[in-house]
Design a protein. Structure first.
Length: 374
């Protein structure tokens, strides 16, 4: 039996039938962590089975909780998971972003302490990058970490910290010296440390995935420094590349799980509208082109721009198909699905900002990919 057939047979046996349909909301997804909430006993069982075989982090070495698969075999695993219809066993910034960075820059102690717990979903991570005065110009960050013996004392503030109120640990950029880029370091911070406080930010969509995070004389063991002092900017760029790849891949997976646009148009009686039909055809062709580009691989900034701009247009199209029913906020006259379309459309405006705005990505593409002059 070949690897693909072996994986398909195992998935059919191991994945509970209740998890072979798309999650209807984030509440049905598993993010793990010390305070994990389980949407069902099946969801917990599915994570345990996947983690036991290292399939939550398939390309990581076995000694760090992975399966030691090649990139090609990992792609086969991903394809078969989707072919069987299995939900992801775990969603995790630790898997998508921090893990690859620790594999490259972390000490052996850091790898053994953090990676297996990430792969098993035992610890939930958040990202401490943006600040009130350092968004697109991230190198202007002001959160300081001052060395005091065998600890760093951290003071400052981060903003737009996704799920900081639910996270156990944060990977954080801090300033350890004055120069702009050269003075930035990469620090791992336990969110249970005295002096750490996270406060949710309410968005126009009605959800609160983002937080403000405050650090007041927080003492962080010096062994939690990743790389060396002043290497944070190099590490940050590597992690941002992983973030943009992950955002692109996850956004396309969510699009695959949605109701087809043609079906939605038929339900709302506008399937024969030639203008909408043209927009639907263009959106579907764009989606197929992006899926092929993701499979081939491309610069993370190119992927990020293509996928998030397409997702924004697709959500505008879903509102156009549903007409006035796609503009509901609350109250009678709108189904839960229609209200979700409205809020998803509003939320999509942030897709082209978070993880590096489209304008910033276009500058990066111009300079680093195309080699254009300043």
């Amino acid at each position: 039996m070949g690897f693909r057939e072996e994986i398909r047979a195992w998935l059919l046996e191991a994945c509970p039938p209740s998890l072979r349909v798309p999650a209807r909301s984030e509440a049905e997804e598993v993010w793990g962590g010390r305070r994990a909430t389980w949407p069902s006993a099946d969801a917990r069982l599915w994570l345990e089975r996947m983690a036991a075989r290292g399939y939550t982090a398939p390309t990581w070495p076995r000694e760090y909780g992975g399966a030691g698969l090649s990139d090609e075999d990992a792609r086969v695993l991903e394809e078969e998971v989707r072919a069987v219809g299995c939900r992801p066993a775990l969603r995790s910034l630790g898997l998508w972003m921090l893990g690859p960075v620790l594999l490259r820059y972390g000490t052996e102690e850091q790898k053994r302490e953090h990676l297996p717990r990430i792969a098993r979903g035992e610890i939930r991570w958040c990202q401490g990058y943006s600040e009130p005065g350092a968004g697109s110009d991230l190198a202007s960050l002001a959160t300081r970490a001052v060395r005091d013996g065998d600890v760093y004392v951290v003071n400052g503030q981060k903003i737009w910290t996704s799920h900081a109120d639910l996270a156990d640990w944060m990977f954080c950029l801090v300033r350890t010296a004055p120069p702009k880029h050269e003075g930035i370091s990469f620090l791992l911070i336990d969110m249970a440390s005295p002096g750490v406080r996270a406060r949710p930010i309410r968005l126009i969509s009605g959800a609160s995935p983002f937080c403000e995070t405050f650090f007041d004389e927080v003492r962080v063991p010096a062994r939690n420094l990743v790389g060396r002092e002043g290497q944070g900017w190099e590490i940050a760029k590597a992690l941002l590349g992983e973030e943009r790849r992950a955002m692109s891949r996850l956004r396309e997976q969510r699009t695959d799980d949605e109701e087809p646009l043609e079906s939605l148009a038929a339900r709302y009686g506008v399937g024969d509208d030639p203008l909408l039909a043209d927009r639907i055809a263009a959106a579907n062709l764009e989606h197929l082109a992006i899926k092929l580009t993701l499979r081939r691989g491309a610069d993370p900034s190119v992927l990020k721009v293509a996928v998030t701009e397409a997702a924004k247009r697709r959500r505008e199209l879903r509102v156009a198909i549903t007409g006035f029913q796609g503009l509901g906020w609350e109250g009678e006259g709108f189904s839960p699905e229609e209200l979700a379309i409205t809020r998803d459309w509003l939320r999509s405006r942030a897709l082209t900002i978070e993880g590096g705005s489209t304008e910033i990505q276009l500058n990066i593409i111009a300079r680093r990919v195309l080699g254009l002059p300043e």
